[in-house]
Design a binder for this molecule. Structure first.
Ligand SMILES: [Zn+2]
Ligand SMILES: [Zn+2]
Length: 334
């Protein structure tokens, strides 16, 4: 049903690519992160909540069609539908049904509750292509509530000391999740880097409740950021923009903060382990719920997962991608 081509995963009976990394005639997109949704294709098809995110990135000339979650469309000889992946707003698993049975391409997904998007829905299929960004048994996430409480405590500590709290996080998905989670326990306003404003706007328009925000640039010249929480992409680190922030403590919110080497390399004061991907137990639980006799892993560390699944009697292999790891900067290209 799907084959690996130089531009990515291709479905010949439907004549489309899934998350291609080159420009193609028809791209079916799991979600709006830069490593999955690339500019230049002639036509895009995605789940409804993803369309405004793609439109912001690709501009008004891009041809973007969308369908509601669960609704089937026929492309050539196959039926295609999108099902919530719980990763970011609009993220979807893509189900393809044809003469060879049903395939599901998970895209990125997580099982932890997230107030900014529809929860992951297990879809039974014959072949499941699962992401494996954190596909090692060492990855096991703490409850989100606990991480968010820690984050607020860190902000409070810095406030008391008259410091700015700078939280680096991905512009699309993580920033909005932090703003939504924090809105349950505080009503303070949060300052953001200008690069975060477009996606925040799309989330608000989609009805996601977030804390009030203002951009750092909107602040009056000479006004202090002391005591404020500022969300910024990693790419802002070390740029002149940081001079506006005064004395600060910095942190990074990412699943990669679980890895000591990455924490050291990032060299931030604090690391908050907050991931939009499934951890090892959730990968295994999902594969069990989906019930597919064949599972292909992709992204991150697919080999150990495929090997483990084979040891459990599941027909399993690996799909190579040109996607960059979450630790890279690909997700920041919004
Ligand atoms: Zn993603
Ligand atoms: Zn990804």
């Amino acid at each position: 049903m799907l084959e690996e081509k130089p531009d990515g995963l291709y479905c010949s009976s439907g004549a489309f690519y899934i998350d291609p990394w080159g420009p193609v005639h028809r791209a079916v997109i799991t979600h709006a992160h830069g490593d999955h949704a690339r500019v230049g294709s002639q036509a895009y098809l995605c789940a409804s909540p993803t369309a405004p995110l793609l439109a912001k990135r690709f501009g008004i000339d891009a041809v973007i069609e969308s369908v509601a979650y669960g609704e089937q469309v026929t492309l050539g000889g196959v039926r295609v539908s999108f099902h919530p992946a719980g990763h970011i707003l609009g993220s979807a698993q893509i189900r393809i049904e044809g003469a060879d049975g049903a395939w599901v391409v998970s895209g990125d997904y997580k099982r932890a509750p997230d107030p900014t998007c529809s929860p992951f829905e297990p879809v039974r299929c014959d072949t499941f292509i699962t992401e494996s960004t954190f596909g090692l048994p060492i990855f096991h996430w703490d409850a989100t509530d606990a991480v968010i409480a820690e984050l607020l405590a860190w902000w409070d500590e810095n406030r008391t000391a008259g410091r700015t709290s700078v939280l680096f996080c991905y512009t699309l998905g993580k920033a909005q999740r932090v703003l939504a989670e924090l809105s349950r326990i505080t009503d303070r306003r949060v300052l953001v880097h200008g690069a975060m404003a477009p996606a925040i706007e799309v989330y608000r328009a989609a009805g996601v409740r977030l804390l009030d925000t203002a951009t750092v640039v909107e602040q009056a010249r000479g006004s202090s950021c002391a005591g404020e929480l500022v969300l910024a992409p990693l790419s802002a680190r070390g740029t002149p923009w940081m001079r506006r922030l005064g004395v600060f403590s910095d942190a990074f919110a990412s699943g990669t903060m679980r890895i000591r080497g990455v924490r050291r390399q990032r060299n931030v004061d604090r690391g908050f382990v907050l991931s939009d991907h499934a951890d090892w137990p959730d990968l295994l639980r999902t594969i069990e719920e989906v019930g597919a006799p064949r599972v292909l892993a992709t992204h991150g560390t697919p080999e150990p997962l495929a090997r483990y699944l084979r040891s459990q009697g599941i027909d399993s292999g690996v799909i190579r991608t040109a996607w960059e790891s979450e630790a890279g900067s690909a997700s920041e290209s919004f």
